[in-house]
Every structure is written in C-alpha cells, then in structure tokens.
Design a protein around this ligand. Structure first.
Ligand SMILES: O=C[C@H](O)COP(=O)(O)O
Length: 328
C-alpha cells in the first residue's frame, strides 16, 4: 500500500476533458471551510507516511512528473539545450542501476520554456518522447491583448509545443466576472487545438480560497486539461492549502462530468520532501491515477537537483554537494 505506481514514463491514456456549457450553479455556492482545510493540511503525514525503502521509488515517480522549467529573462538556447539533456537523463545511470531501475525509461514529464525557445527544445528532445510545454498568453502577468494571447498559443503550437501553460486574467476573478473567465479559457483551449492546456490561476493573487475554488471550477468547465497554481513569479506560489482546495474541485468536477483533470503545483517546490508531500496529498485526495504524469505535474526549476541528491544518499549513505547537481 506504501508503494507509488511503477516509476517509469509508460503512458496511460485518459479521456481528455471536454468543455461544458457555462453553468453558474456549479460554483456560485462554493464555500471553503478554512479551519477544516487547515486542519486537513496540518495532519498531512508528509514523508513519514512513505516508508524509507519506498521513498526512492516515489522520488523516481516524482521525476516523471516534473515539468523541468527555465523561465528567466536571461535564458539562452544553450541553457535550454542543457536543460533538455537533463530532462532526458534526469538521474545518473549508475544511481539508477544501484536502485534497481537500470532498465526503465525515465525522463521528466516535460520541459517548460518561453515561446522563444520552443523550437530549440523540440529539436533537442527529438526522439525522447518528452513533450515541450510553452508558457503563453503574455506570461506571467497575462495583460497583453486577448488576440495576441491566441496568436502566441498558435505560434507555440506551430513550433511544436505539445502543452500550453496559459495564465488567466486575474481581474476577471477579482471582480467576479466568471463568464469572462470562462470565455477566455475556452478561447485558449480552442487555440491550442490538440496541445493540452494547463490553466495557471496565480492563486497567490486571487485573495481568497473561495476565489481559487471558483476559478478552478470555471477553468475546468471551459476545457482546461490541468489546473496549475502559479507562475512561480507571484509573491506566494504553490502551497498545500490551495492544493487541497483545487484537488477538491477536481474531485467535484469529475463527479459531475466523469472527466479527470490534472493538477500542477508550481513555484517554490524545491525539495524532495515537499514533492513527497504533494504526492501523498494527490494519492489521498484523488487516488493513485493522479500520481501519473498524465494527471500530475510539478513545475520546478531546482527540484530535480535535490531529488538526485536524496537518491544518491539512498544509494551511498552520503550527500554530495548541491553544486554537483547544477542543473534542474
Ligand atoms: O512553473 C514553474 C516555476 O516557474 C518554477 O518555479 P521555481 O523556479 O520556483 O521552481
């Protein structure tokens, strides 16, 4: 019962979410019981619930769910190519062999970059099966004209992005214009075509957990394949509390429609321990299917380095210096 699903990148096809008609009744009366949610998060057993010898398996599984990310103003094609190499070989082969997983195909869930680097990443990842995710729609603030957002999505898809991480217009949420949020999200989904869409809510800017819950429901209703917490650029990014609220909405949405929507915490998830906490929460709230990369991603730039350190410790009993794992 303690084991994560097999740590590899085998794909498990799931039915893609389909936009539903706008229905205010699905979210109008949503209430979040803050103290109950806080209590639930506080009782999160964390890494202790994953027994020591199972931890390596869980961490390898976590790697398959990482959207290995670089989103900096000084990004270069060379940096993106190095990131792609790391995504394709995330763990040193000798460590993998020592852990008994030498024969597994193991890579990150995706590589996530700005539009400028989509073609570079697609080229660098050719033959690996690793999708490229592009942050589009005027990331991170999302304040460029709507038409340009759609054009940016289309351009990234043309360059080979298989996944599009969009940002919502926070003002629609903050002013309660849910229909506008729905229409925006629906347009993004249509523009993305076959590329899967992750809706970034920027939860740290939405003021209340109730807003987070409503925005989650509206984005799913409008066809989001994933809901994602943050750009990594807000003052507050992924937290267990917003995660709990968003996962409960995913559960409600599945109960109403039968569609399984994915979840992506992003921003500040930098330690193996935190990754394990999110995995435990996913499994307890939504079940084992949500431990797979089809339904779970972690957006992170430095998490992989800490996971590799923990795996090395698992194998050798020693920690190496962080700078020995400089990328990812
Ligand atoms: O979506 C990914 C985030 O932008 C990465 O944030 P991070 O640098 O805090 O890991």
């Amino acid at each position: 019962a303690n084991a994560a699903a097999a740590p590899d990148n085998k794909s498990h096809a799931i039915a893609r979410n389909t936009a539903q008609p706008f229905e205010a009744g699905w979210f109008d009366n949503i209430r979040v019981n803050l103290s109950a949610a806080e209590r639930r998060v506080a009782t999160l057993p964390g890494r202790r619930s994953v027994k020591k010898d199972a931890q390596a398996g869980w961490l390898l599984k976590a790697i398959t769910c990482i959207d290995l990310t670089t989103l900096n103003g000084d990004d270069t094609a060379e940096r993106v190519r190095r990131l792609c190499a790391k995504a394709a070989t995330p763990v040193r082969p000798d460590l993998l062999a020592a852990l008994g997983f030498a024969d597994r195909t193991l890579h990150t869930g995706a590589v996530c970059v700005y539009h400028r680097f989509v073609a570079t990443a697609v080229d660098a990842l050719a033959g690996t099966g690793i999708p490229v995710a592009a942050v589009s729609t005027g990331f991170p603030a999302g304040l460029i004209p709507h038409e340009l957002k759609l054009k940016e999505i289309e351009a990234s898809v043309r360059d080979g992005a298989a996944e599009i991480d969009i940002v919502i217009t926070r003002e629609h949420v903050l002013t309660g214009q849910w229909r506008k949020l729905y229409d925006e999200m629906r347009d993004f989904r249509l523009a993305a075509g076959d590329a899967h869409v992750k809706a970034i809510l920027a939860t740290g800017e939405l003021k209340t957990l109730r807003n987070v819950a409503k925005a989650s429901m509206v984005c799913m209703m409008a066809g989001a394949d994933f809901i994602k917490t943050s750009t990594g650029k807000e003052g507050v990014n992924a937290t267990p509390l917003v995660t709990l609220v968003m996962l409960r909405m995913i559960r409600q949405y599945e109960a109403r429609t039968g569609f399984r929507v994915g979840y992506k915490p992003a921003g500040g998830v930098s330690t193996a321990k935190t990754a394990l906490d999110y995995q435990v929460l996913m499994k307890e709230e939504l079940g084992r299917a949500w431990l797979e990369p089809e339904l779970f991603r972690i957006g992170a730039s430095t998490l992989l380095a800490d996971i590799e350190r923990q795996l090395e410790h698992h194998v050798t009993g020693r920690y190496s210096a962080f700078h020995r794992h400089p990328i990812g």
